[in-house]
Ligand binder design. Structure first.
Ligand SMILES: Cc1cc2nc3c(=O)[nH]c(=O)nc-3n(C[C@H](O)[C@H](O)[C@H](O)COP(=O)(O)O)c2cc1C
Length: 508
């Protein structure tokens, strides 16, 4: 008998370890040999801990499971009250296009053998048979853009590093994942670590880097544990080291842990932190691609950008490019969170409308009240009202609507949300997380909180002050922390004027 219980941190937070222990105890009590696999999450977080039992028909899902539900798995799985049907046939799974997350939740994350059985290492093997220039071209032609937020074309970044002279170059994977409502990086690292290792090795070969760093945060102990174990396995099996898969190429990597400052997800602060310095932003130029880690040419890419490379190299640029809309090619792992019925990770080609994502896939709010606003792209992303629900999910489309897709985290709010309070929270977040380097970010966010307090107290004269403060922050901040905080603030003012006007009336 083979049973899967996720080791994913979200599943564990919801009790997966206790369920796994109950499975082992029940098997021992019955004298049964059970193959218990701790897999990644399938992404249906509202059903976690989601347990799967292997049958002749396929894997049957049960959830959300509690230890007390386990005994019946062994007695009468077919009539189990928490049986959901074949996992692969659940609507959440059927509607997805899982390219980057194809193996997450499916395989044992630390089995390199299973990884290979599920198309792993094919991309790397192909890359090893090509010239570095052709690998860079393949990634460029795929249309892959950075999934960390800015959407910069990955192939162009790689070409800059490839063309830069230097005795030593680096690949830095940005796994800081500080945006609210984002968990795709964590899920990928916990559920399919070899995919990220493979992507980093391909990047190294493409640009001529022999060393990689995975920078993540102390709040991700499970991801760190899985990645470190996977790196050990990869070294032992010749996937990392002086002679990658016997090719003569050298590439090795290690995990570095930051202390969870939001600004350390910004690539230049990250590089400072990685160098053991205080995490403050650096002025650009020079670009990290030319003078990055220790002043050497460095690729800084997000986890999902790098983890999307193996399938691009395996199936080819055209295969990947054909998914999506406009200049948004391929797929994006949407992370649906907040006040929503079906929260979790849903990978799909770009192009679904915001309304389809929130209402059809997310199932509307968990409270059953109407959706009022959706914040997309983390704490620096704009609030979208229902009137913008026909916006297709794509980089340019969201920019045109006054927002950004960022790392594709969506936080849903129902009609009880107070947008003035949320605008104040955006300013407060910026004030707390600012690295302090730029005055408009460091001081502006504090003045922004005060100004919003004045508005809440009914001071109408504070409204234009808020607008000009936001303009100053946008124009005068080196990085997007101060530069983008005005977007949630001003989108709240623009789309939900009543929430600002009502405060005034109440004060009068
Ligand atoms: C304040 C701030 C925080 C950021 N946090 C992250 C993060 O947690 N993860 C990430 O991949 N990119 C983050 N970014 C974007 C990075 O600076 C950079 O653009 C990204 O790592 C590049 O990788 P990509 O091209 O693969 O997206 C942040 C940017 C800013 C301004």
């Amino acid at each position: 008998m083979r049973i899967y219980v996720p080791r994913d941190a979200a599943a564990k937070a919801l009790g997966a370890d206790a369920v796994a222990a109950a499975v082992s105890a029940e098997a021992a009590r019955r004298g049964l040999q059970v193959d218990l696999i701790r897999n990644g999450s399938r992404g249906m977080v509202w059903l976690e801990p989601l347990v799967e039992v292997v049958t002749d028909l396929g894997r049957i899902a049960f959830g959300p499971m509690e230890p007390g539900d386990v005994a019946r798995l062994f007695d009468a799985p077919d009539s189990h009250p928490k049986a959901l049907g074949l996992t692969e046939e659940l609507p959440w799974m059927v509607r997805q296009t899982r390219l980057t997350f194809a193996r997450v939740g499916v395989i044992d994350p630390l089995s390199l053998k299973e990884y290979e059985l599920h198309h792993g290492l094919k991309g790397l093997k192909r890359a090893l048979s090509m010239t570095p220039e052709d690998v860079v071209k393949e990634v460029t032609d795929s249309g892959l853009r950075g999934r960390g937020g800015a959407g910069f074309p990955t192939g162009i970044k790689w070409k800059t590093v490839h063309d830069a002279p230097g005795p030593q170059k680096y690949i830095v994977c940005n796994a800081d994942e500080g945006d609210s409502a984002t968990f795709a990086d964590r899920m990928l690292m916990e559920g399919d670590p070899f995919c990220l290792i493979e992507g980093m090795a391909i990047a190294g070969i493409a640009v001529g880097a022999t060393r990689g760093y995975l920078y993540t945060r102390s709040e991700y102990p499970d991801a760190i544990e899985v990645m470190e174990s996977a790196i050990q396995v990869a070294r032992a099996e010749g996937l990392l080291g002086q002679n990658v898969l016997g090719s003569g190429y050298a590439f090795d990597m290690e995990v570095r842990m930051g202390a969870g400052a939001y600004v350390c997800g910004e690539e230049t602060s990250l590089l400072n932190s990685l160098e053991g310095k205080r995490g403050t932003v650096r002025a650009k130029p020079p670009l990290p691609a030319l003078q990055g880690f220790l002043g050497r040419p460095t690729v800084v890419n997000n986890v999902i950008s790098l983890a999307s490379v193996p399938i691009i190299m395996d199936r080819g640029a055209a295969f990947y490019r054909n998914f999506g809309i406009g200049r948004s090619h391929g797929t994006m792992p949407l992370q649906i969170a907040g006040n929503v019925r079906h929260g979790g990770l849903f990978e799909t080609a770009f192009g679904l409308t915001l309304g389809e994502i929130v209402e059809d896939i997310g199932g509307g709010t968990r409270t059953g009240r109407p959706v009022k606003a959706v914040q997309i792209g983390g704490p620096l992303g704009a609030y979208f009202p229902r009137e913008l629900f026909d916006t297709p999910f794509g980089y340019e489309e969201f920019t045109a609507a006054g927002g950004l897709i960022g790392h594709a985290g969506l936080t849903v709010f129902d009609d009880s949300a107070d947008m003035l309070k949320l605008a104040r929270f955006a300013m407060e977040f910026c004030a707390i997380e600012s690295c302090g380097k730029c005055t408009p970010c460091r001081i502006g966010a504090v003045r922004g909180m005060e100004t919003l307090d004045r508005i809440a107290a009914g001071d109408a004269a504070a409204m234009p002050v808020l607008a000009s403060l936001c303009d100053t922050m946008k124009a005068g901040s080196l990085c997007a922390l101060g530069g983008f905080t005005p977007y949630p603030v001003m989108s709240a003012v623009t789309h939900f004027p009543d929430d600002f006007a009502l405060k005034k009336e109440a004060a009068e």
